[in-house]
Design a protein. Structure first.
Length: 292
């Protein structure tokens, strides 16, 4: 059935410029104020912040209340925060993760953030599904008083490499505010059909991300995800089928737009924000606001 276009979020990397998430120095060279304004001018209703963005903001002597006012003035009403790793670990890794958790929650309280992106474990370290579910449930319990959803990103080169394994973990956790972030790139590269998303219960879909890519992967899977994504509609992914599958679940939340590519990073800020928004909005009927 036709409906209004959902809100779109300019994820942090889409408006970060010429930095890669996996690089040692991955904080955008563009001031956060400029990125917020560019996202708003393009038509986005939400924006994503990387933990490094927040640290840089504070290093400049600014506080989160000032950032909140900037968002309000720009008309951006949805805030996504990313990301939280090692929530399942112990030792020094867990200490660093807990410090990141506290910072993200502090920012969320002031900014009114909707959700936090949560990374799965990598490296096949044998944490076990029971431990992951237990620790994810505890994380979600910590997040609940802050009004936050915890959105675990299913990533095909992680220890939760596909929809069934990621869904199994969050189902075992059983947290009302815990579920999945479903990115079409990860769905396709995991070997699933986009239609498989329709089998995920809506209560476990906390966030969704859009992009496009070529049918054939370029280089390693990590190089493909970091360097060769495309704007929506400019690759081979069946984005309309993906959206139809999501509508069948009953998901009615916002959609993040995450474009990671060498060519896209080279664009000027306003052009990157505008191109990413227009191509994603076009999937839902563009300027008319009507979903296709």
């Amino acid at each position: 059935m036709p409906g209004r276009r959902p809100a779109l979020i300019a994820t942090c990397w889409t408006i970060a410029g010429n930095v890669r998430p996996d690089a040692p120095d991955n904080v955008s060279r563009w001031p956060l104020e400029d990125r917020i304004d560019a996202a708003a001018r393009a038509g986005y209703e939400g924006v994503g912040f990387w933990l490094g963005d927040l640290a840089r903001w504070r290093e400049r002597g600014k506080d989160y209340r000032t950032l909140c006012r900037r968002l309000t003035d720009a008309g951006l009403r949805i805030v996504e925060l990313e990301y939280l790793p090692d929530w399942f670990a112990d030792g020094d890794r867990r200490n660093r993760s807990d410090a990141a958790r506290a910072e993200l929650f502090e920012a969320a309280d002031v900014l009114g953030a909707r959700h936090v992106k949560v990374m799965p474990p990598f490296g096949d370290e044998g944490w076990g599904m029971a431990r992951l579910a237990e620790q994810f449930a505890a994380l979600c319990a910590d997040a609940a008083p802050h009004g936050l959803a915890m959105a675990l990103e299913m990533i095909p080169f992680s220890d939760l490499p596909d929809l069934p394994s990621a869904l199994d973990m969050v189902s075992r956790a059983g947290a009302a505010n815990g579920g999945l972030l479903i990115d079409i790139w990860h769905v396709v590269r995991s070997g699933s059909a986009v239609e498989d998303v329709a089998a995920v219960p809506a209560r476990f879909i906390k966030a969704v991300e859009l992009c496009d890519a070529d049918k054939v992967m370029q280089g390693s899977i990590t190089e493909d995800t970091m360097r060769h994504r495309r704007l929506c509609g400019e690759g081979d992914f069946d984005l309309p089928a993906f959206l139809r599958a999501l509508r069948r679940t009953g998901y009615d939340g916002p959609y993040g737009v995450e474009i990671l590519s060498d060519a896209f990073r080279a664009l000027p800020l306003d052009e990157a924000a505008r191109a990413s928004f227009v191509t994603a909005a076009g999937l839902f009927g563009g300027g008319s606001g009507e979903m296709r």
